[in-house]
Write a protein that binds this ligand. Structure first.
Ligand code: WT7
Length: 663
């Protein structure tokens, strides 16, 4: 990419924190000052939130960049920090997890019960020959045993590799092989869309190709028939019979905690490695700071799946290390009805809700009257993660879910960063709809141009992270070279053009485009691979999508750059109309023209789409990200590339069929 991004849209709406919330907030503006004055002292103070068996000697070792070590010499046990210490502090009767199964069955698990379960599971892992450093694959539905399995691994020092329960045999076996895992923890199945969905047959097929697997531990959730092999052990015949006494041993601060694979756009998945002390420090601090978590009174709910990093950091390690009470939900948002989320918020009096833009836009499409039917007055903080949130989706979230009372925290981070990096603080920041605002205290994010120069306010370019942070990935599992090539070779000391300067010159390239507005607030513009080059101008897909979503007839949109003989690339937009909008015949044609003009008016003529297609659905990955690559194939009349990571494979048929009438 030869030019940096054009800065097209501007947003003037701004929402200061509610006064009462600001007055009582966990974190005030002085946190930024403290971190700026002494970043390492700031993180050392946050590490003190945890219980260390042995205190560290040194906060950061960055003598061998880009390989960081945090809290060197320190020792701690993660499960002890997430469970035992709350029980020891007299919180044993406090609810850790309100679990809601999709069919409506429920379980309430206190911290004391969680300690029993995790201890039993840890004893079983030891019985099955798992020792510190071994890798364990976890392939589970959203049931409490998934969190228990992760914590039990952490307790005995085994490195877990959670594989999303929707992934195929191929995805599972590739990940097992890459990590050389010895054990798989799974279930017969889980409930999705009103019926049992099997997991065990996928595991059976994968394990048949993976000789490293010695045992398979199976939770009975659905009661479906399962095939059985010598390697299989029922959870209820092992874990639930095991001793509930287990003494957690401390591990080194840099002991590997988990591997989580990110697919990226090309090549084999990258095993992102996270370690112990730094990871838990930042996950725990951000959970408390960004959600203003009051563990005594809040009921927290993160709607992610534990198969994603959001589930690792903000269902398991962040909330539990803080002793929070949380809701965990097994199923889909539309089962049995499209009101399921609001029913759950109302039932458990959820006060902090953390979800994704894709879900917010889906709820928008389903209509305002669905949440309107529920008492959502318990909510006091709303969070968003996973993609840029369009300003209009942000406003919808604020008005229809937050009822104009609750701050929204739009949190930017990645599997690689381990925890949140850029976000408002709910008691401090005056938020702007669609902006993740500023780096959190202790984090140095910046936007740079091609030559790694910081762009001035009003400019756009590449998002980078300048200083190491505690929960940063340590490497790509088994591939240090790929780690350096992928994240550290674009800018700074790792770049080819660099004359290798000081260790402080290493710059992490996040792969996202971003801009700074006139006040220096950060706006994330999507992956740089998705940026379009129109007549020599770099234009972000995110901005054009947000312009489309700001039209009252649009629920959701995806924009791609398609090859064009005159302009190099031209903008092609796929648009899902809102539920009540007429798109038949002339009405559809008029809407099409209106939308193109609307974008030109909002962003300028350069951003006017060449073509708009009205479609019923968009292709998304299983984590809810739009697969623009496939839409580009459609826009350029190519046959479709790899569709294996699509959430719903029928969607592309719908889109291709729908295209005829709406060109
Ligand atoms: C990519 C990382 C972080 C947990 C879920 C995704 C995009 C994430 C935001 C946000 C704009 C965002 C970025 C990032 N992203 N959060 N608040 N605003 N973009 O983890 O699968 O590793 O994806 O998600 O493009 O690089 P992931």
């Amino acid at each position: 990419m030869s030019e940096t991004l054009e800065n097209l849209s501007s947003e003037t709406r701004q929402f200061p924190p509610p006064e009462a919330l600001a007055a009582d907030a966990n974190v005030k503006a002085d946190a930024y000052e403290a971190a700026n004055a002494d970043r390492l002292a700031f993180w050392a103070e946050q590490a003190d939130r945890l219980t260390w068996a042995k205190k560290w000697d040194q906060v950061l070792d960055w003598s061998n960049p880009p390989f960081a070590k945090w809290f060197i010499g320190g020792e701690l046990n993660i499960a002890y920090n997430c469970v035992d210490r709350h029980v020891e502090a007299g919180q044993g009767e406090k609810v850790a997890i309100h679990w809601e199964g999709e069919p409506g069955d429920t379980r309430t698990i206190t911290y004391a019960e969680l300690l029993t379960l995790v201890s039993q599971a840890a004893n079983t892992l030891t019985d099955l020959g798992i020792t510190a450093g071994d890798r364990v694959a976890i392939y589970m539905p959203m049931i409490p045993e998934a969190a228990v399995a992760m914590l039990a691994c952490a307790r005995v020092g085994a490195t877990h590799s959670v594989v999303f329960g929707g992934f195929s045999v191929d995805a599972l076996s590739t990940r097992i092989k890459d990590a050389d895992a010895k054990l798989v923890i799974t279930a017969d199945g889980g409930y999705r869309r009103g019926k049992p969905s099997a997991l065990k047959p996928t595991v059976d097929e994968a394990v048949a190709q993976c000789p490293s697997i010695e045992n398979v531990l199976v939770v009975r959730r659905t009661g479906q028939d399962v095939a059985w092999t010598d390697k299989d052990k029922w959870w209820h015949e092992t874990v639930e019979q095991a001793s509930p006494e287990h003494k957690a041993q401390p591990f080194d601060s840099e002991h590997p905690l988990f591997i989580l694979y990110t697919s990226g756009t090309t090549g084999k998945p990258k095993g992102i490695l996270h370690t112990t002390g730094g990871y838990l420090t930042q996950a725990s601090y951000t959970q408390w700071a960004v959600f203003d978590l009051k563990p005594e009174t809040d009921v927290y709910w993160c709607t992610a799946d534990i198969g994603w990093v959001t589930g690792h950091s903000y269902i398991v390690y962040g909330p539990l290390s803080n002793g929070a009470t949380q809701v965990m939900y097994e199923g889909t948002p539309d089962t049995p009805g499209r009101d399921r989320f609001w029913q759950i918020v109302d039932k458990y009096k959820v006060s902090i809700l953390y979800t994704a833009p894709t879900l917010i836009r889906t709820m928008m499409k389903w209509g305002d009257d669905i949440p309107a039917g529920y008492d959502l007055s318990s909510l006091r903080i709303l969070g968003s993660v996973g993609e840029p949130i369009n300003p209009e989706a942000w406003m919808w979230y604020r008005e229809n879910i937050g009822r104009e009372r609750t701050p929204i925290v739009d949190t930017w981070w990645q599997t690689e960063t381990g925890s949140m990096m850029i976000s408002p603080l709910p008691g401090v920041t005056a938020t702007k709809p669609g902006s993740a605002m500023t780096p959190l205290p202790g984090i140095s994010a910046d936007v740079v141009d091609d030559t790694a120069q910081s762009v001035p306010n009003g400019g756009g370019g590449f998002l980078v992270l300048r200083d190491p942070w505690p929960s940063m990935l340590r490497t790509i599992w088994g591939d240090d070279k790929r780690f350096i090539d992928t994240y550290w070779s674009r800018f700074g000391a790792g770049a080819e053009s660099s004359s290798a300067g000081a260790s402080s010159d290493w710059i992490y390239f996040a792969g996202d485009g971003a801009k700074k507005d006139e006040d220096g607030a950060l706006w994330l513009l999507g992956r740089v691979d998705d940026v379009m080059l129109i007549s020599g101008h770099n234009i972000s897909t995110t901005e054009v999508e947000s312009a489309l979503v700001s039209h009252p007839s649009v629920a959701e949109s995806a924009v791609v750059g398609a090859t064009d003989p005159t302009t190099g690339q031209a903008i092609v937009a796929f648009v899902i109309p809102r539920g009540n909008v007429d798109t038949e015949g002339e009405a559809g044609e008029k809407l099409n023209v209106d939308l193109r003009n609307h974008v030109a008016k909002t962003l300028g003529p350069i951003a006017k789409p060449r073509q708009i297609m009205l479609v019923p659905e968009l292709p998304k990955t299983r984590s809810g990200k739009i697969m623009r690559r496939l839409l580009k194939d459609v826009a350029e009349n190519r046959s479709l590339g790899d569709v294996t990571t699509l959430q719903d494979s029928a969607v592309m048929d719908l889109i291709s069929k729908g295209m005829g009438g709406s060109k």
